[in-house]
Design a protein around this ligand. Structure first.
Ligand SMILES: O=C(O)CCC(=O)C(=O)O
Ligand SMILES: [Fe+2]
Length: 237
């Protein structure tokens, strides 16, 4: 099963995806988790042994909803996703650094990158499942959990908009320097995903690259229950 998932990640159209990341800053990709895998992940949400902590979002005024951080070692399927998406995105991350005249700093493998996190005291695992019921939402935010962060993260839809829930669009807002912000609204099929920048992205302007700041969130769920899976590559303090 997991081997197939690795193959699916490798056989995504990375050329198109890399181009879209460079041009738009984000990219969606078609479903790589089948319905059973999505069901299995949603079922895990009820099994406390998988998680290190549960966050009631309203307590921190992050929004309305709940999420749970997986505990290490991650379930096989999540480990595969985190390991499989890391290398091509590390290439993008290093390319972006080079474009702005900086040295590549992201190692080739997730394991090496996590080692850097751990040396900085960032040892707590960050992949998570989010669950929102009617009236739920997620305020615009960034997921930075310490000095070391990976510049991309991936989110998967675990169930279906218009079947399992309504509303609940994914929002990505790009704050441009000395200009008004631009918003993107994204909807994914079950098992499909979105890659987006954790913090910044370079944009080519008339006088070279400048940097925009990105925040993401989820609009109000107007009915039903929405589940998503977040793959964050850096560990947390
Ligand atoms: O529920 C969502 O789609 C948003 C998830 C999110 O904030 C994340 O993956 O970091
Ligand atoms: Fe997030």
């Amino acid at each position: 099963m997991s081997n197939t998932l690795m193959k699916k990640i490798k056989s995504l159209d990375w050329e198109r995806m890399q181009q879209s990341l460079d041009e738009q800053g984000y990219v969606t990709f078609p479903s790589i988790l089948d319905q059973d895998q999505c069901q299995d992940i949603m079922a895990m949400y009820e099994e406390e042994r998988h998680f290190r902590s549960t966050i009631d979002m309203s307590r921190y005024r992050f929004g309305v909803g709940e999420y749970k951080y997986f505990q290490a070692p991650l379930p096989e399927i999540l480990q595969q996703l985190r390991e499989g998406f890391y290398p091509p995105l590390a290439m993008t991350a290093n390319r972006w650094l080079n474009q702005s005249g900086r040295d590549a700093i992201y190692p080739e493998t997730l394991q090496q990158f996590l080692h850097t996190c751990h040396l900085q005291g960032q040892t707590r695992s960050t992949p998570l499942i989010l669950k929102y019921v009617e009236g739920g939402y997620n305020c615009l935010h960034q997921d930075l959990y310490g000095e070391v962060y990976f510049p991309f993260q991936v989110v998967f839809a675990l169930n279906w908009k218009e079947i399992d829930y309504t509303g609940g669009e994914f929002m990505l807002v790009e704050q441009r320097p000395r200009a008004q912000s631009r918003g993107h609204v994204l909807t994914l099929e079950q098992g499909a995903g979105l890659i987006f920048p954790t913090n910044h992205r370079p944009v080519l302007g008339t006088r070279g690259y400048y940097r925009t700041t990105l925040r993401h969130g989820v609009s109000t769920i107007t009915s039903g229950i929405r589940y998503s899976l977040g793959i964050i590559f850096h560990d947390a303090k």
